[in-house]
Design a protein around this ligand. Structure first.
Ligand code: NDP
Length: 315
């Protein structure tokens, strides 16, 4: 028989564990499906300095371990499996995992997060966290007085480039064509910024770096490709911020939950309610704007409170 829980939480980032903390403290029977990346996106970052309460910062993986332990302390449990299918058409809801186990739930909280889109160029994975990043808010601070590149021509790229000028000595926006998706105002702001320069019709072919004496890796340059004349060249670079968009991890709920065109789950008003009664969404799976650990955690708290109150009404 399928194992039953009052609340099944899918996803184990700050949103999922905050929901688990609140739900377990409300004495609800709650389980977190940790998925293929237990702890979520923060486990692939290095130091987190902007989460309030950690005066001296904390490493991303360590922070998620604290989140997990805090939720477990009040009775939430973790299942280290990925949910591969859901049936939200009738209650109790049914979830199946990659180990072919079945679970049922009175209520489901979706906190599956999002993933930054990457270029897939050679060396990208190798230098991720060692010069290559997908989050200026998280890592910009580490590039004081350095020359960094921002890849992309949308609002995120413009915003990240502007933000990075607080730290970097020079920011080069590298974009694959001449037209921009970015809104006029954001583009103008970037163009007016003296620290920002544009390299157009160009993509990154390869990330190049070295292994330091300490054993750490460090990016030092890029092989770039001019898409007009197909010429390549090598340019020095201290850092690269890939800002070509995010993809929410919501394929599981396609055609079931209402989403925007990118796949972000639409929640109702200022709540975590989705279009299905008893199914709530929080964190980056429903947030294309803020995408911060602290906002994800806040929305996880909202989802747990919404689920708790909704469950109360079912009696
Ligand atoms: P967008 O989809 O708007 O832009 C992505 C950019 O990345 C495009 O310029 C695209 O190029 C480029 N790109 C995509 N794939 C590749 C690739 N493989 N190689 C090279 N370049 C690539 O995403 P954003 O994240 O910028 O924005 C998402 C949404 O969030 C938008 O609606 C935006 O307005 C909004 N937003 C709003 C902000 C604000 O108002 N403050 C801030 C940030 C985002 P191409 O144009 O050639 O396809």
């Amino acid at each position: 028989m399928a194992e039953h829980h009052q609340i099944c939480i899918i996803g184990s980032g700050p949103a999922g564990f905050t929901a688990a903390l609140y739900a377990s403290r409300a004495r609800l029977n709650v389980v977190v499906f940790e998925g293929h990346q237990p702890g979520g996106q923060l486990t692939i970052t290095t130091e987190v300095e902007n989460y309030p309460g950690f005066e001296h910062g904390i490493m991303g993986p360590e922070m998620m371990d604290v989140f997990r332990k805090q939720a477990h302390r009040f009775g939430a449990t973790s299942i280290y499996e990925s949910v591969v299918s859901v049936d939200l058409s009738k209650r109790p809801f049914t979830l199946k995992t990659d180990r072919n186990k079945e679970f049922t739930a009175d209520s489901v909280i979706i906190s599956t997060g999002a993933a930054a889109k990457l270029l897939g160029a050679k060396g990208e994975q190798e230098y991720m966290g060692y010069g290559v990043s997908a989050c200026a808010t998280c890592d910009g601070f580490f590039f004081k007085n350095q020359h960094v590149y921002v890849v992309g021509g949308g609002d995120t790229a413009m915003e990240e480039a502007n933000y990075l000028t607080r730290f970097a000595s020079k920011v080069t926006i590298i974009h694959r064509r001449e037209e921009f998706r970015a809104s006029k105002i954001m583009l103008e702001r970037a163009k007016k910024n003296e620290k920002i320069e544009f390299v157009l019709n160009t993509t990154i072919d390869e990330y190049l770096g070295e292994i330091l004496e300490s054993g750490a890796k460090k990016l030092h340059s890029l092989r770039i490709l001019n898409t007009k004349n197909n010429e390549t060249s090598v340019v020095p670079a201290d850092g690269v911020f890939v800002a070509i968009g995010h993809k929410p991890n919501t394929d599981l709920f396609k055609d079931v939950l209402i989403m925007d065109e990118t796949g972000y789950i639409q929640t109702i008003g200022k709540t975590s309610y989705t279009n299905i009664d008893g199914v709530f969404a929080c964190g980056d799976a429903q947030d294309s704007v803020y995408r911060q650990a602290i906002t994800a955690a806040g929305s996880g708290c909202m989802a747990a409170i919404d689920a708790e109150r909704w469950l109360e009404l079912q009696h």
